[in-house]
Design a protein around this ligand. Structure first.
Ligand code: SAH
Length: 476
């Protein structure tokens, strides 16, 4: 039986598996034939196995497949062996690393099927709150990433190469080109790989914690064409630094700035605290919605500039500011939303945790000659508690928290400040729904919901939601 609203989380454990059951059992592995009943929020095809729902990578709704399942108590790990009945929307992935890499999860689906899946997913999750508009998808959903991270590793007899961490592991899969990344970054990366071998740079080893070179981060300005290269290393002493940088710049004069970031910690967080500019100004600029933004290595900046403009335009359209409002932009990053909204507001107050991003935001206000925006560094929740004590009300709140969503401190203070409207932008509809439940119980009503495909080929989706103060404190 298929549930009408497709709410997989609530699926009863007592339901019998729809697959034809185990066909073979080999040392803790079981092979089953099953039909995919939908796609999870992580882009995996869902099958029923015993009393559970199990996610199978690269499987599509309606497909029948042979699947290998290994179980560790209640935890099942599934691997697709072969598809018996294929979906009409299945295509051959464009990337040769797709099945090993894990960076993308939906490349086996047509672009249209990916967009449809994301739209339906948002619709399913947001069902309690109202109508979801058609997803804003990307016309050419490739080569969009303006930021790339690549980890270094050695292969064969110690040859240095770079690539992407295999999903949920610490092993690096050598990747020479990536179809969702800016091509210019791929070319620079190719040169860096070669040079790392010529200069015999020692790759960092996570187990022994020896070695020098950990990662490289490349940021490309979409409209400005400016490029930043950041070497993440374990030591301030960069071997043959001047010669290395000179050669890199000669080979790639399109690079504007090179930095090294020192990260000695045994951590999966790429960037360390300390950084040093080796060439250029240490930051790049880019243009979004007609404004110029300075971006430092450690600041957050949306990774898909084409779709970001559409996202911000939608958020500003939802806010429909008239010019006399006081606006809070929480989780403001380098001040993008604040400064775009400032044109139509009396005053904008941005709050952001990352120090470098706040510095960028202040500079960005100056670069764009904007005088009615102020930025504060701190935890958005703490900040809002203070604002709620000091100020009576606020007219509009934009909020754009990280994937984990917002917190009680922030949300309860927003409710106290009682803005007429809240524009909630999120890259994780699951935590967004959790926060919407809170706000809709505390006197807000969801008026509009707009998904935007900011991350084609991956399971991620961005959603803008407009909430307004409801007259009655009715629950949804
Ligand atoms: N609105 C910005 C940034 C959104 S990303 C843009 O569109 O570019 C989320 C931001 O929240 C990041 O810049 C991150 O540094 C910041 N952040 C994370 N936790 C925070 C917290 N507790 N308080 C304030 N900002 C936080």
């Amino acid at each position: 039986m298929r549930r009408k609203n497709n709410n997989f989380d609530k699926y009863k454990k007592t339901n019998k598996p729809k697959g034809r059951g185990p066909s073979k059992s080999v040392k803790g592995f079981e092979k089953v034939k099953a039909t995919c009943i939908g796609i999870s929020e992580e882009g995996k095809g869902l099958i029923r196995y015993k009393e559970d729902l199990v996610g199978v990578p690269h499987l599509m709704t309606g497909e029948e497949a042979l699947i290998e399942i290994s179980s560790n108590g209640k935890f099942h790990n599934a691997k697709l062996i072969s598809v018996i009945k294929k979906s009409e929307d299945r295509i051959k992935p464009k990337c040769k690393y797709y099945y090993d890499c894990g960076g993308c999860q939906l490349q086996h689906m047509t672009d249209e099927a990916q967009a449809k899946h994301k739209e339906e997913m948002v619709r399913r999750l947001m069902k309690p709150f109202g109508k979801v508009d058609e997803i804003i998808s990307m016309k050419t959903p490739y080569e969009y990433r303006n930021k790339i991270h690549s980890a270094f590793t050695t292969v064969g007899k110690g040859e240095v190469t770079s690539g992407i961490y295999k999903e949920n592991t610490h092993s690096v899969i050598p990747v020479e080109n990536c179809i969702i990344q800016d091509k210019r970054a791929d070319e620079i990366l190719k040169t860096i790989r070669k040079m790392a071998n010529v200069y015999r740079l020692k790759v960092y080893n996570e187990k022994t914690r020896n070695g020098f070179l950990r990662h490289v981060l490349i940021r490309t300005g979409f409209t400005s064409n400016q490029i930043m290269v950041v070497f993440v290393v374990t030591d301030k002493v960069f071997p043959a630094k001047s010669k290395f940088i000179k050669e890199l710049i000669t080979k790639h004069p399109e690079i504007n700035t090179v930095l090294m970031n020192i990260n000695r910690r045994a951590t999966s967080i790429v960037l360390g605290e300390e950084e040093k500019v080796l060439y250029g100004k240490g930051a790049i600029q880019d243009t979004l919605c007609g404004l110029t933004f300075k971006i430092s290595a450690k600041s957050f900046y949306q990774i898909n500039p084409v779709q970001t403009e559409k996202l911000y335009n939608k958020a500003v359209e939802y806010a429909n500011l008239k010019g006399d409002e006081t606006v809070i932009d929480a989780y403001s990053g380098i001040g993008t939303i604040s400064l775009i909204a400032s044109k139509n507001a009396k005053e904008v107050i941005g709050v952001e945790l990352n120090k470098d991003a706040v510095k960028n935001a202040i500079t960005n206000a100056k670069i764009n000659n904007i005088r009615n925006a102020r930025f504060y560094q701190g935890d958005a929740g703490e900040f809002m508690v203070g604002v709620a004590k000091e100020r009576g009300t606020i007219d509009t709140v934009f909020m754009d928290p990280p994937r984990s969503g917002s917190d009680d401190k922030f949300l309860s203070s927003v409710v106290k400040l009682s803005p007429k409207q809240i524009i909630y932008i999120s890259c994780n509809p699951v935590t967004q729904v959790r926060d919407l439940k809170y706000l809709t119980k505390k006197g807000y009503r969801v008026e509009k919901i707009q998904p935007v495909d900011m991350f084609p080929q991956t399971f991620h989706v961005e959603t803008v939601v407009k909430l307004v103060k409801s007259k009655s404190k009715k629950r949804y």
